[in-house]
Design a protein around this ligand. Structure first.
Ligand code: HEM
Ligand SMILES: CC(C)=CCC/C(C)=C/CC/C(C)=C/COP(=O)(O)OP(=O)(O)O
Length: 320
């Protein structure tokens, strides 16, 4: 989710040449940067692409729970502010390891485009504004879920990444909660379709991250992250866990479909998506140990392609 100008969507071949030593902001800010450059740096702190997808999953929960809610703006805005707050807090916390990884060395903090104090203040302000807006315009439960996501992601998952390989599972809970946040904002936190999307998203994230982790495992190792792809010598465990979670994602689609909680369009697209993830994870399993990252990259791209399709299918089936 790095927003560096030189790379995009995990293709990983045009990264900056080398990680810098700790060039942490505050004393290293470029005094001649324009207002526009500073604003751009603040936007990059929010990991806009991930934030956008998280908002989409939250809005999907909102729309399936209350289809007429598409006219209500404060809920998506509140979700976006809370997401930006959580994600920029993570960048503030990880400014030192980010400086050690090629993938993230050009982020605003390690690159010195924003000071640590500004980043922390910005992340807290966005978090408070997001939760406040949700509390004032939707439901207290929605604000509470947003606060829970911020705490789980910022204060539990983020420090866990350098301590245990199970951090990813905890991070996946925070990443799966936005559809429930959306449904709570619509006043229907129990809505089965929102729970179905949250469950699919929970399992989707494991192949998604294990693929990325394998692609950048040297980066993660250098920065001291103890994630599964780092401690897995030959890629076998990474591929198996990815395949297993692709299977679980299939179950998270089939079960609500068979119970009538979601319709056949979402059901079919969800099963095809899980099948595509399983296929790509199995390809990773077959080609482990040969040092290539191509199968992992393909798995990552499959995750990126399938998630929007599933969200669109779920919402379209509800609205039309
Ligand atoms: C445990 C949970 C997750 C982890 C550890 C994770 C990690 C990552 C990482 C490291 C990247 C960067 C890949 C690169 O630089 O090439 C990435 C990309 C991406 N992730 Fe995730 N992610 C997680 C959950 C999610 C969730 C919940 C969503 C959406 C709702 C999401 C959407 C995306 C998208 C759209 C990209 C591609 C765009 C970009 O690189 O910014 N991720 N993810
Ligand atoms: C509404 C709301 C508050 C939404 C936010 C949703 C949310 C917290 C998603 C985060 C998912 C996640 C664990 C990403 C990995 O970040 P990472 O820190 O491992 O990624 P990095 O290596 O690129 O820094």
């Amino acid at each position: 989710m790095d927003q560096g100008k030189t790379r995009s969507f995990g293709l990983g071949c045009d990264m900056p040449p080398a990680p810098r030593p700790l060039a942490i902001a505050s004393d290293h800010l470029n005094p001649s940067s324009t207002v526009c450059e500073r604003l751009r740096a603040l936007v990059a702190l929010t990991k806009p692409r991930l934030a956008f997808f998280s908002v989409c999953s939250g809005v999907s929960g909102l729309l399936v729970a209350r289809p007429e809610a598409n006219l209500i703006l404060p809920a998506p805005l509140g979700i976006a502010l809370a997401a930006g707050g959580a994600l920029s807090f993570n960048q503030w916390w990880e400014r030192e390891p980010d400086a050690l990884m090629r993938r993230t060395a050009d982020r605003p903090l390690p690159a010195g485009r924003v000071s640590a104090g500004t980043a922390l203040g910005f992340s807290l302000a966005l978090s408070l504004a997001g939760c406040g807006l949700l509390a004032a315009t939707t439901t207290p439960l929605a604000a509470a879920i947003a606060a829970l996501i911020i705490v789980l992601y910022g204060l539990v998952y983020t420090p866990m990444k350098r301590r245990t390989r199970w951090a990813t599972e905890v991070g996946a809970i925070s990443g799966a909660l936005p559809p429930l946040l959306g449904a709570a904002a619509a006043g229907a936190p129990q809505h089965p379709a929102a729970w179905a999307l949250a469950a699919a998203l929970l399992f989707w994230q494991m192949p998604h991250f294990f693929a990325v982790g394998w692609m950048y495992r040297e980066d993660y190792r250098r920065a001291g992250f103890r994630l599964l792809p780092v401690i897995d010598a030959d890629g076998r465990a990474t591929a198996w866990w990815s395949a297993g979670h692709a299977g679980l994602m299939g179950a998270a689609v089939l079960i609500p479909w068979s119970l009538g909680a979601v319709g056949p369009i979402y059901g079919t697209i969800g099963i095809l998506s899980a099948g595509a993830l399983l296929h790509a994870a199995c390809a990773m399993l077959r080609q482990q140990n040969d040092g290539r990252v191509q199968p992992a990259r393909r798995l990552f791209l499959v995750t990126i392609a399938t998630l929007p399709l599933m969200m669109i299918a779920l919402v379209a089936e509800t609205l039309f």
